[in-house]
Design a protein around this ligand. Sequence first.
Ligand SMILES: Cc1ncc(COP(=O)(O)O)c(C=O)c1O
Length: 397
Amino acid sequence: MHQLFATRAARMKASEIRELLKLLDQPGIISFAGGIPDPALFPAEAFGQAFQQALGADSRAQALQYSVSEGYMPLREWIAGHMRQIGVDCGPDDVLITSGSQQALDYLGKLFLSPGDTALVGWPTYLGALAAFNAYEPRFDRLRAGGNAGAAQYRAAAGPGAVKYAYLSPDFANPTGETVDRQGREALLDLAEELDCALIEDGAYQALRYDGQAIPPILALELARKGDLQACRTIYCGSFSKTLSPGLRVGWVVAARPVIAQLVLMKQAADLHSATINQMAVHQVAQTCFDSHIPKVRATYRARRDAMLAALERHMPEGVHWTRPEGGMFIWLTLPPGADGAQLLARALETVKVAFVPGQAFHPDGSGANTIRLSFSNSDEATIAEGIARLGAVLRG
Ligand SMILES: Cc1ncc(COP(=O)(O)O)c(C=O)c1O
């Protein structure tokens, strides 16, 4: 059968890492692998009430019915208000609801990339973005935020294909935890102008800042330059996955109308719309408790980040370096040159039952063998201290 598959299928491969991570189900494993929220933080009671309300006599017909591809209007209104709060002046018609921001990444790959076109991405970058874009058979080139590669260099490397967009997560990126400062964001906008390409801003972790000053989204900076969302080339992807719940699969896109209109057509063709009842429940919960819930999420993850940073300081041997994120869920470790993150994972799982994700998978060119990603979001402080102590012992031994 596989000879019948389209050429794009050959680019979609299950990774060996996934096989290794299946071992996570073993009892006693301390896992810093999955970048997932702590389920104890889900506002479960509020969701219970919201679903009950959606299924009440007044709204059940709507909740269980087909709905419009653009998304549930009250939720789009709430999101437009939220975006205005973070500096992006927009209205509900500028918002499309997607099934998680992952769906937006897939649609954006589908919208922009013909085979051989170039997508600029960080090295490393979010694995799910690489997987989504990869299906459209692009060439990846390395986006150096704040670096000195100029438009001409990117264009020359692109060859006959065009540079279609740059993708990045400017706040507390997955996998590095790093943030692009304001100057870096402005420089990216300059680069996108020079290249005449789109900019995909992945705001999945935007709300999870634990310290330091918030930096306006790239879309807000572009809006400040141009004064009109319809003139902007930045496409903002947001998500409720890291703040309220990933299982309901509710995310959004804010962009200029022609982009939104095209994405709506794609959504119609792909899945008609995101689950109506989930959108209604997310709207209800966002409206009633987003502002009181987020500080709890931040406080919990801040303490875990601090615990992991303190444990790394204590237990990591000489020659290991790591990022100090101001938010998000991840710390990125660079091991001494020649070290291999995948081998370390195999050893750590077998000898001390500690899991993490080796960094190579986040690099489209297969580099980064001596890097690893640690997630602190789903373990309490004591478990983090124990896991990092064990990992330090393996690295030393
Ligand atoms: C940077 C980034 N973008 C997007 C996503 C996808 O999130 P969702 O589809 O749940 O909104 C993730 C999930 O881990 C992520 O880390």
